[in-house]
Write a protein of this length. Structure first.
Length: 231
């Protein structure tokens, strides 16, 4: 297993938001983590990334307990988060965004260097000198995904990457995520309100409701079940 959550519980202040969240992922698997707003999906990602300490349970990555490890150490070991609302530096150019992150994450033998992300997203190469904040929504999301994969990522945490994107751009971006995961044996957790698009590329589906997992299975099993009432 690459990533394993066991009995994870977390919350904010006196409120517990998620409880007894458990699942495990193999390298190369794409998990669609679905559920209505407030179901606990983003809180789960925050716990995995180390942005929110768990109240119970554990997070294990490649056999190593991550529970008390800082965010920077998790990033160094290959865990990456693409946050909701994109994660770019809007006042820097495309090239400056990529150079800043590459300086920290790209070392000799990295899976994705600067040239590799420009190959994956040619439009970013064409707009290297453009201020990131003036890019279209789709281009900003491509840039955000590029920043997430620079270096040697092993697990991508993608929080609502389709927000604000036209349907054709959603399909294209999800295909690129699938291609990256398949070709480099990377695992991904995709938190997404566009259920149909997420299930097109997912190997597995987990549905959350009121902070707990209510379904865990294959996309076909999810489609055959009466899971829609959780949305």
């Amino acid at each position: 297993m690459l990533l394993q959550l066991a009995g994870l519980a977390a919350g904010y202040g006196p409120k517990t938001v998620i409880s007894d969240v458990s699942f495990a992922l193999e390298p190369g698997q794409i998990l669609a983590l679905l559920g209505h707003n407030g179901a606990g999906k983003t809180t789960t990602l925050r716990c995995v990334m180390g942005l929110l300490p768990p109240r119970a349970g554990s997070v294990t990555f490649d056999g190593q307990r991550f529970d008390r490890m800082g965010v920077a150490d998790r990033v160094a070991r290959g865990l990456r988060l693409l946050p909701e609302g994109r994660g770019i530096f809007p006042d820097l150019t495309v090239a400056e965004n990529i150079d800043v992150v590459a300086a920290r994450n790209v070392t000799d033998g990295a899976t994705f260097g600067i040239g590799a992300v420009y190959d994956l997203f040619p439009v970013l190469g064409e707009r290297r000198g453009t201020r990131a904040g003036s890019l279209s929504g789709g281009q900003q999301q491509m840039l955000a995904l590029s920043l997430a994969i620079l270096g040697t990522p092993r697990c991508l945490l993608l929080d609502e990457p389709s927000i604000g994107l036209a349907p054709n751009l959603v399909e294209r971006m999800f295909r690129q995520v699938q291609e990256v995961c398949r070709s480099h044996a990377m695992t991904a957790i995709l938190v997404e309100q566009n259920v149909a698009a997420a299930m097109q590329i997912a190997d597995r589906v987990v549905i959350m409701n009121n902070g707990q997992i209510v379904f865990d299975g294959l996309p076909g099993e999810a489609r055959a079940s009466n899971f829609w009432h959780y949305f």
